[in-house]
Design a protein around this ligand. Structure first.
Ligand code: PLP
Length: 397
């Protein structure tokens, strides 16, 4: 018996564990201090009332013989019709037309960001932005794929563009990005689509934060770019859109037009999912179907507006202090340059000890994150305002 030795190449993820340990140690040593966490990467607002009602109704249906549901529709990965239709309607509102068989329901974006790799040879080279959500690199390392990086930095506003001469087969794009909050315009995505096509590569587009986008020049879906259906898979989530981090539901779009080596990638994914996945619970799907209803969109946008307002409070504070940052406008994340040339962990300690505010060191998201720091709008407004007051006082000195 041999294990998959690629797992041994994984780096331990110390980032959130170390943030938690350092925070706990500080609180133990200073129990009188009110420590505020602006490091939260999880949602904190409750589910929208329409979602709760839809889930209650679905539970009721499950309690009666005549409306009880077992396994989902024949091809469970496609999900229940009402959910698929609500997703298709949400795409139409973005000007994107998709077909029923192109949407696959999942238990969230994280699973599909990794699972989709089953379809592609381990000989492929993967291009990842640096810094980015760490799960992409880990999932590819587990499979032994070669990873190369597109450098995101202050000079390109943390939005790297394709580089001539760099060859890749699988390209991850995360927009709006975690951790930088930077989001691509439609024009910039056009260049990525053209680049992917020139290499016969496939783009894996993670749109987990698309509902935070308000600027009309920014894309909410890669399919807003003409021709993207031949070269891109889009991975979406209800987690940040509708507070589903604990409920678990997402969807992945694999267009019929996506063909490689004469094979339909859509068919491969359907085959993969029907073998390794038995769908998402009926109750969850009914809750998700309510998200993109007219009332649902109204209610979720109130929660998103709440997080966005927090992000703006942080952004305004940094503007006043003259600190460079990305994000915060079309994203819950604010990615700032550590003041006075501090490295990410030095700034973490300084902020914790002097302002009792916790953030996330940028160096944990990739080498280009060194010297940067992530704050989020997922806290309460009261805590966000208080934390910003303290940051202002500390950094104005
Ligand atoms: N993609 C990105 C960029 C994320 O930041 C996250 C969660 O933080 C996910 C995917 C995971 O989403 P889900 O909860 O749907 O698995």
């Amino acid at each position: 018996m041999k294990i998959n030795r690629c797992f041994l190449a994984l780096k331990d993820s110390y980032l959130f564990a170390t943030v938690g340990r350092k925070t706990a140690e500080y609180k133990k040593a200073h129990p009188e201090k009110d420590v505020i966490r602006l490091s939260i990467g999880d949602v904190t607002r409750p589910l929208a009332p329409v979602v709760v009602e839809a889930m209650k109704k679905a539970v009721e249906e499950m309690s009666r013989t005549e409306s009880f549901k077992g396994y989902g529709p024949d091809q469970t990965c496609y999900g229940y019709q009402s959910l698929i239709e609500s997703i298709l309607n949400s795409y139409s509102r973005k000007g994107v037309s998709l077909g029923t068989g192109e949407i696959f329901i999942s238990d969230g974006a994280k699973s599909d960001c990794g699972n989709i790799l089953d379809l592609f040879s381990t000989e492929n080279t993967v291009l990842l932005p640096d810094p980015v959500y760490p799960a992409y690199a880990d999932a590819n390392t587990m499979a032994g794929r070669k990873i190369i990086y597109a450098d995101a930095n202050e000079a390109n506003g943390f939005l790297p563009m394709p580089q001539k001469g760099v060859k890749a087969d699988i390209i991850y794009i995360c927009s709006p990005n975690n951790p930088t909050g930077a989001a691509y315009t439609r024009e910039q995505l056009k260049e990525w689509v053209a680049y992917a096509k020139s290499l016969d590569a496939v783009i894996l587009y993670d749109a987990a934060y698309e509902y935070f986008v308000t600027d009309p020049s920014l894309a909410r879906s890669i399919y807003e770019v003409e021709g993207a259906k031949d070269c891109a898979i889009e991975i979406c989530s209800y987690s940040k859109t509708a507070g589903f981090t604990g409920v678990r539901c997402g969807y992945t779009v694999v267009p019929h037009a996506l063909i490689r080596e004469g094979v339909s990638i859509n068919k491969l994914w359907a085959r993969r999912q029907s073998t390794k996945f038995n769908g998402v619970s009926y109750v969850t799907q009914m809750g998700a179907a309510a998200v993109f209803s007219e009332e649902g969109e109204k209610q979720i946008s109130e929660n998103i507006a709440y997080y966005r307002k927090n992000a703006k409070i942080i952004g305004d504070t940094l503007d006043e202090l003259g600190i460079w940052y990305t994000g915060g406008k079309n994203s819950p994340y604010i990615w700032l340059k550590c003041p006075n040339g501090m490295d990410s962990w030095a700034f973490f300690d300084y902020l914790l000890e002097e302002a009792n505010v916790v953030g996330t060191p940028g160096s944990g998201f990739g080498k280009n994150g060194e010297g940067f720091f992530r704050l989020t709008g997922f806290g309460t407004e009261e805590n966000t305002r208080e934390a910003c007051k303290r940051i202002s006082r500390l950094l104005q000195k």
